[in-house]
Design a protein around this ligand. Structure first.
Ligand SMILES: Cc1ncc(C[n+]2csc(CCOP(=O)(O)OP(=O)(O)O)c2C)c(N)n1
Length: 374
């Protein structure tokens, strides 16, 4: 089923853009967002960038073991965040979506708690760092095996269709994920079932060190949608408004029963894949610099300044305010203290079976013998 869109054409060769690189409005429609919403979008872009810096610092201090930077992806993630109905729709993010979960309002103390595996972590330290999840906000906990979250996301969307309430699922992933069998099985099933799901590829052109040309012979990701009977959109992922408007339309269509869509957001990750690799070994510095020059924060700021909505004073005040929030949230997450290892016995069975009780008792003995509190 190919949906009929008024605003955006699927399968265009050039990415959909709303702002040009100088921050001037170039779309053939007018902005219908309030000044307050535009400022909030910018706030979320800066929030994502500053969280990233803070997490990298925590990793360097040895307080967390793993960080997957989202710098360069903020335009895409803030665009998605503002298009979903938080708490109604379901999100199936991936590990690089820190800005996305922060922008939908996941409390920063929980975000830092998750990174530190402290008592502020709602997942009780049982996930890898950079693997958020929230029942309250309908965020499926991030799955480490690449693309393994795609089939359950499609299952969720099919259940939404059966329930008939008009809720939608949004599932994000990187370009590397599109080479996995799970990805193809899930996207195919969504197409066959007309499931209300939007697949979003944050295409940063690398899966760790494997570049896009070695990932696929398709020359792009959006075009793969044709094979699965859904529209595919290529969007400038460094343009938050382009990401927002495309997402808003495809989500509205999925809500109305027009089926799934695939959105490819052309982004770039500024940093390494994670805190565990050296990106200078597999990509040229000039390429990184060229993408940084297209920065989503700088571009959107120029637009706001041109509209009389922003200036140096607002920038300074915003950065100070966010820094204060990050100081407070990271300090609170750390002060909560580490999770007690013994919680690994909890939350699996409603009533603990005898063999686990025995193991827990043995564990307590070992701890007491080692002089630890148990
Ligand atoms: C099934 C599987 N294979 C390999 C890995 C190791 N791995 C972790 S992240 C990653 C790269 C994924 O790249 P991409 O999907 O493009 O997302 P990006 O990190 O670039 O945002 C790989 C290969 C994994 N987690 N799961």
């Amino acid at each position: 089923m190919i949906a009929d869109f008024e605003r955006f054409e699927p399968f265009t060769a050039d990415p959909v853009a709303v702002l040009d690189e100088a921050g001037a409005w170039v779309a053939p429609f007018e902005c219908d967002l309030s000044d307050a919403t535009l400022r909030t979008m910018y706030r979320h872009l800066v929030l994502g960038r500053l969280i990233d810096e803070r997490l990298t610092r925590l990793q360097r201090l040895g307080k967390t073991s793993f960080v997957a930077p989202s710098a360069g992806h903020e335009g895409a993630q803030v665009g998605i965040a503002h298009a979903v109905e938080v708490g109604r729709d379901w999100l199936f993010p991936y590990y690089r979506d820190t800005t996305l979960v922060a922008a939908i309002g996941w409390p920063l103390e929980k975000l830092f708690g998750q990174m530190l595996a402290s008592k502020a972590d709602p997942a009780r330290g049982r996930q890898m760092p950079a693997h958020p999840g929230s029942r309250a906000l309908n965020v499926f906990t991030v799955a480490s095996p690449i693309a393994s979250h795609v089939p359950p996301a499609v299952g969720t969307a099919i259940s939404q269709k059966i329930a008939g309430r008009g809720d939608v699922t949004v599932c994000t992933f990187g370009d590397g994920a599109t080479s996995e069998g799970d990805w193809h099985a899930g996207v195919n099933f969504a197409g066959a079932q007309g499931a209300p799901i939007v697949f979003v590829c944050e295409n940063n052109r690398y899966a760790i060190s494997v570049d896009l040309n070695h990932q696929t012979g398709s020359g792009g990701i959006a075009t793969k949608a044709r094979a699965y009977g859904m529209p595919g959109y290529l969007v400038d992922g460094m343009d938050v408004l382009a990401c927002y408007y495309v997402m808003r339309d495809v989500i509205a269509n999925a809500r109305e029963g027009l089926g799934p869509a695939l959105v490819e957001m052309a982004v770039y990750r500024y940093g390494p894949h994670s805190s565990a690799d050296d990106d200078s070994r597999y990509r040229p510095a000039a390429e990184v610099a060229a993408w940084r020059a297209r920065d989503p924060l700088a571009r959107f700021r120029r637009y706001l300044e041109g509209s009389g909505l922003w200036d140096d004073d607002s920038e300074e005040a915003l950065r100070e305010a966010i820094k204060g929030e990050l100081d407070e949230a990271s300090a609170a997450a750390e002060a909560a203290g580490p999770q007690d290892v013994e919680t690994m016995f909890d939350d699996v069975f409603a009533e603990m079976p005898p063999h686990l009780e025995q193991q827990r008792e043995r564990f307590r003995q070992v701890r007491r013998a080692a002089g630890e509190e148990a």
